[in-house]
Ligand binder design. Structure first.
Ligand SMILES: C[S@@+](CC[C@H](N)C(=O)[O-])C[C@H]1O[C@@H](n2cnc3c(N)ncnc32)[C@H](O)[C@@H]1O
Length: 232
């Protein structure tokens, strides 16, 4: 049996072609018009915040996936480096965006070293998949990947049972792993950590970030920040 990190990689590789159904509230993720409408309204709220943040200049997108957020970053970016461990999602992302501004890197975020420093780092629905014991190392990577005045923005999941597929039970809020199922029934163990906005903002402040973390009514956690200036 593979380790949970390996299963997490395998899961997203195998899920590539059906990944967007989750975000588009289709198939097993269709929760009916009212909840779907709440989802899309809250997605718009995060998108408006991202647009106001202006994720410009050179942009790094970690765990870029099939390109839902790559498409949203692209109009702001001068150049975008999109990193993901799955060749399958990179192929979908590339075909969707067909942009000469994007360079794709097939790499494992936990061993990848940035060769450049970026103006903006973005990661969507990724922080919750970082094992708790790698949290600090992950934020050091974000720090190393950013120019001194660089900024990050992230979006992630809140603990909300109707976010996931109808045939999947959400584990307890305190669990750090859960079982995910594909449309064909195959199951994988993955990391999924649900952060509270206040506690996460506090943690990021302790790690040396000027950060603000917010949440929408039900579904999304999102935040942005930059390294604290030393001496403040
Ligand atoms: C929940 S998806 C998010 C995708 C995209 N950011 C979005 O919001 O649509 C997680 C992504 O992380 C990628 N991934 C999983 N493990 C990874 C790793 N160790 N290094 C880089 N990417 C990884 C998966 O292939 C998948 O595309």
């Amino acid at each position: 049996m593979s380790s949970i990190l390996e299963q997490q990689i395998e899961y997203y590789r195998a899920r590539a072609a059906e990944y967007d159904q989750w975000y588009l509230r289709q198939g097993r993720y269709d929760r009916g018009p009212d909840l779907n409408q709440r989802w899309f309204a809250q997605d718009r709220e995060v998108l408006e915040r991202l647009n106001a943040f202006e994720p410009g200049g050179s942009v790094l997108e970690l765990a870029c996936g099939t390109g839902i957020w790559t498409a949203r970053l692209l109009p702001h970016a001068r150049a975008l480096v999109a990193v993901d461990t799955s060749p399958e999602v990179i192929a979908i992302n590339r075909a969707r965006l067909r942009s000469a501004k994007i360079s794709y890197v097939e790499a494992d975020v936990f061993s990848w070293t940035p060769e450049l420093q970026f103006d903006t780092a973005f990661f969507g629905f990724w922080l919750s998949h970082v094992p708790p014991e790698r949290f600090e190392a992950f934020w050091s990577l974000v720090r190393r990947a950013l120019k001194p005045e660089g900024r990050f923005f992230f979006v992630d999941s809140r603990y909300e049972p109707t976010s996931t597929a109808k045939d999947q039970q959400l584990a307890s809020r305190m669990a750090t792993t859960l079982t995910r199922r594909l449309n064909d029934g195959r199951e994988y163990q993955i990391y999924k950590i649900f952060y509270g906005a206040e506690a996460l903002q506090h943690r990021l402040t302790q790690l040396g970030w000027d950060a603000e973390v917010n949440q929408t009514a039900d579904y999304f956690l999102y935040g942005w920040g930059k390294p604290k200036r030393s001496g403040r």
